[in-house]
Design a binder for this molecule. Structure first.
Ligand SMILES: Cc1cc2nc3c(=O)[nH]c(=O)nc-3n(C[C@H](O)[C@H](O)[C@H](O)COP(=O)(O)OP(=O)(O)OC[C@H]3O[C@@H](n4cnc5c(N)ncnc54)[C@H](O)[C@@H]3O)c2cc1C
Length: 407
């Protein structure tokens, strides 16, 4: 492992930081708008346009599609710096991180040209429509049907947990085009216009008070065959490319960490009434555990960054970091909220201790343990692909989708 930036990487980091300071002000600055509000979306779009004009988008992509052909480590470095400024990037992360790379890999050159520029400049937002009720971890078991009709396909079915569908212009959708084949072999992927007739987006109300994800219903939605990504029946392999791009999102944890909980412990009275939480023996033991876990996560991330810096692709061991990180965030937020006593229930950033960071983390952590692979699925990946243990039982191997038990 190499913990240091190379001279070129250090120069890029300094240049990026100077641009972020000029554009966004001081690190940890907040936009002032409630995340997910219309005002926040406009702020995010304006920031993305400036970022595109400054050349900090598509860093790893080919020059002919508007990229800079840099190694993935530069993307990680920019992401790390950007995260410290709490830049409003969430609406674009799925589109630019997963959908557009898939479009670039599988769409026709004229369509790539049509879609990439507006997405890079934040003018059009994309979402990923894979999960369905009954097909999340086992996404290849999805039901949404596409039937060919002349030059179009007609789509009927339902997706769920679609992040950002309510403000998206386009999406990539995985559907079943042949139920006679095995479940992985009868799928096809398309680009879908989210404003097309028959697409209905219903926001899901979350315990945080926000509505970041949605149910999406398709009733006789027409998609031209020219919007197909890859061959008919090859959707699973196209989806694997989308999911592989998700793996490069290794910037860091998106919530409060050891430093913040230490600060909270110093400034919060102990429940015993004697001194601060930092002097409470039980809390000190927890602090030690989080410190060890956070250090382990950081060192694991260095391993990933070293691989990226050498032009290698991070392997399945990356899953370890996500399990550690999501579980630590949940545990730490839970303990912080208990320690804050009745202040722990306040979510308003202007009133809550530490701008409500722990409250937000408490609400977000369960989702983090599910999105992009649940704890159990990631443990299966670690068992099979890192430790070389026997594969999970697969009762559906060689069985046509239509013959699989459903319900
Ligand atoms: C914040 C958030 C954002 C999301 N955004 C999107 C999005 O934009 N687009 C999209 O398509 N989807 C999205 N999802 C959906 C996400 O991909 C699924 O929730 C996830 O894949 C799990 O699927 P599921 O919810 O159907 O749970 P299930 O797969 O039904 O799992 C239920 C439980 O069974 C366990 N389990 C399942 N299979 C196994 C197994 N083989 N071995 C052991 N245990 C198992 C799981 O770990 C879990 O505990 C999002 C989810 C979240 C939380």
């Amino acid at each position: 492992m190499d913990f240091n930036d190379t001279p070129e990487e250090a120069a890029f980091r300094a240049e990026a930081r100077a641009w972020l300071e000029k554009t966004l002000g001081q690190p940890s600055g907040r936009t002032g708008a409630r995340p997910d509000s219309a005002e926040w979306l406009q702020i995010a779009k304006a920031y993305q346009a400036k970022k595109a004009a400054a050349g900090y988008v598509g860093l790893t992509w080919r020059k002919e599609v508007g990229g800079r052909e840099l190694s993935p480590i530069y993307s990680v470095i920019f992401g790390q710096e950007e995260q410290q400024f709490q830049a409003p990037v969430a609406p674009f992360s799925i589109g630019l991180g997963m959908c557009i790379p898939t479009v670039i890999a599988f769409h026709k050159p004229e369509s790539v040209k049509r879609y990439v520029g507006p997405a890079l400049r934040g003018e059009e937002i994309w979402c990923q429509l894979f999960s369905e009720p009954g097909a999340g971890s086992d996404v290849a078991g999805l039901k949404t049907r596409a039937v060919k009709d002349g030059d179009d396909w007609i789509i009927n079915g339902q997706k769920v947990w679609t992040s950002g569908a309510h403000y998206s212009d386009y999406g990539i959708v995985l559907v079943r085009t042949n139920p006679e084949k095995e479940k992985h072999k009868g799928l096809t992927m398309f680009v879908i216009n989210m404003k097309a007739p028959g697409v209905e987006v219903r926001p899901i109300h979350q315990m945080s008070g926000g509505s970041n994800f949605n149910e999406v219903y398709f009733t006789d939605v027409r998609i031209p065959d020219s919007e197909r990504l890859g061959e008919v029946g090859n959707g699973w392999n196209v989806a694997l490319v989308t999911l592989m791009n998700e793996r490069l999102a290794v910037g860091g944890s998106a919530g409060p960490e050891y430093g913040e909980i230490l600060e909270l412990a110093r400034n919060t009275p102990s429940p015993s009434g004697k001194g601060s939480l930092l002097q409470d023996q039980a809390f000190r033991e927890k602090l030690a555990g989080w410190y060890v876990s956070a250090e382990g996560y950081t060192l694991g991330k260095y391993r990933t960054m070293t691989a990226l810096s050498k032009g290698q692709t991070p392997g399945p061991e990356n899953s370890i970091g996500k399990i550690l990180n999501a579980n630590r965030m949940q545990d730490l937020a839970n303990a912080a909220i208990e320690g804050e006593d009745h202040f722990g229930i306040i979510s308003d950033a202007d009133l809550a201790p530490m701008q409500g960071a722990f409250h937000n983390a408490y609400m977000w952590a369960p989702g983090l343990r599910i999105a992009g692979g649940t704890d159990e699925i990631l443990r299966n990946i670690i068992a099979e692909r890192v430790l070389g243990l026997p594969q999970d039982v697969r009762v559906d191997k060689g069985v046509a989708y239509k013959d699989l038990p459903k319900g």
